[in-house]
Write a protein of this length. Sequence first.
Length: 251
Amino acid sequence: MMNDFVLSTENLNLTYGTFHALKNVDFSVYQNSITALIGPSGCGKSTLLRCFNRMNDLIDDVKITGNIFVNRQNLDDIDIIELRKKVGMVFQRPNPFPFSVYENMVYGLKIHGMDHRRKNHDIVEKCLRAVGLWEDLKDKFHASALSLSEEIKQRLCIARLLTVEPEIILLDEPCSALDPIATMRVEELMIELKKDYTILIVTHNMQQAARVSDYTGFMLLGELIEFGETSQIFTSPQDSKTEGYITGRFG
């Protein structure tokens, strides 16, 4: 395993009212890796993902106990604006703002006080190049982002995230709305991005987890059943529940 982790939890429990969504989860994400969370719907994988940038705070009647760490710093000690700059998130469906392509790209810079008009264009170009969109969009800065294809919208959302220089990217089923060709392109992008970023992805697609991730965690009914290198999880799982899910006996 890699030497250091950038996200981790200790004895993490989360409840929505009376529903116990996460149960005693101990979990780590290693630097410059892709870690996948798999498991059936409702098992807690997206809830765990959202813990790392406090998106669950937006839901009523949530109670969290245990510890969550970003770069070994307790989440409770990190300013939420700084946290969401450091730990960015891309959602299941592409969510560009109803602005032009360029205004989408500089939105985060403005929000985080990083808006420098002379530098903005260079930052936009760098981030669009990072997701392979520069040639597609360099002459469409004034076009509505909502007019783009679903794949390009999703890659634009990732590029928009990169403008504020996050360290960690959370991806919540980012390919579920995409066709197989677009999915392949986003997967190739993830592999390229892990050179500079740490990626945690929730996916319902086990083949995707096997293709792109270095580490995989299998969740069931709010528990992290098994975690390890992806090759080990998929070829020689240690827990019978993991084996049952991977071989299609349930889920």
